[in-house]
Design a protein around this ligand. Structure first.
Ligand SMILES: [Fe+2]
Length: 245
């Protein structure tokens, strides 16, 4: 086993321990949801091994049950500190980062974004679906061909420095490709075009998580293989609904 792999497994074990502590906090928050409006970890919606062999079951389990849960827990902790944010929807929170009190702005941006992005990502994954009519038309209209979309999307996903996301967004009737660092999101009201911030804003249609936690167990440092495999698990049914909606 090489050093990188050993370090990663050690880091995963630490994350798992940390998540177990957060899980008990999260349960207590969820228990008083009616009073606090606390957010909950949504169910994955399918079995952990549903995306095998392209995304492995262990990655899905850790990614959903541990990583996503931490975003939800920390988002709730931030809201507990800032009473004016209680009762707001997740979209209201992430669309108004600039207006968020400074004391919790970073936490809402990172953990609210993390919660939104992952909730979206689970829904955008499914094997054995095919592009629908509306998606195909929109892709051809915006990129010229499916091949061009794939090429540009993969290039963007591979170009994310460090942790982040690549997106296809809908803006003024056109599909565009963009990326965000960390857990930023194209819905956030952050100034575009600046270093470290999404280059474009719009409604997310598809997304790929290129944090190492999304692929390292199976693909290690080979992000390109993971990005390439993504097309086998993209839920075109969901894409179609989003393009139409
Ligand atoms: Fe992730």
């Amino acid at each position: 086993m090489n050093t990188d792999r050993r370090d990663f497994i050690k880091a995963s074990a630490i994350i798992t321990l940390g998540a177990a502590t957060n899980a008990s906090k999260a349960e207590s928050l969820f228990g008083i949801q009616g009073i606090t409006g606390a957010f909950e970890l949504p169910p994955l919606g399918y079995a952990y091994d549903s995306l095998e062999p392209f995304i492995d079951a262990q990655t899905m389990q850790i990614h959903h049950d541990k990583h996503h849960l931490v975003y939800v827990t920390k988002l709730n902790e931030a809201i507990e500190k800032e009473i004016s944010l209680k009762g707001k929807t997740l979209e209201e929170l992430i669309k108004n980062i600039n207006g968020t009190p400074e004391s919790v702005r970073g936490a809402i941006r990172n953990h609210g974004g993390g919660h939104w992005n992952h909730s979206f990502f689970w829904q955008i994954l499914k094997k054995d679906t095919k592009p629908g009519e509306a998606s195909t038309a929109a892709i051809n209209n915006s990129f010229g061909s499916m091949e061009n979309l794939k090429k540009e999307f993969e290039k963007t996903a591979l170009g994310v420095f460090g942790s982040g996301w690549a997106w296809v967004i809908l803006k003024d009737g056109k599909l565009l490709i963009t990326s965000t660092p960390n857990q930023d999101n194209p819905l956030m009201d952050l100034p575009t075009g600046q270093a470290g911030i999404a280059t474009k804003q719009g409604k997310p249609i598809m997304a790929i998580d290129v944090w190492e936690h999304a692929y390292y167990l199976k693909y290690q440092n080979k992000r390109a293989d993971y990005v390439n495999a993504f097309w086998n698990v993209l839920n075109w049914d969901k894409v179609e609904a989003l393009v139409k909606g």
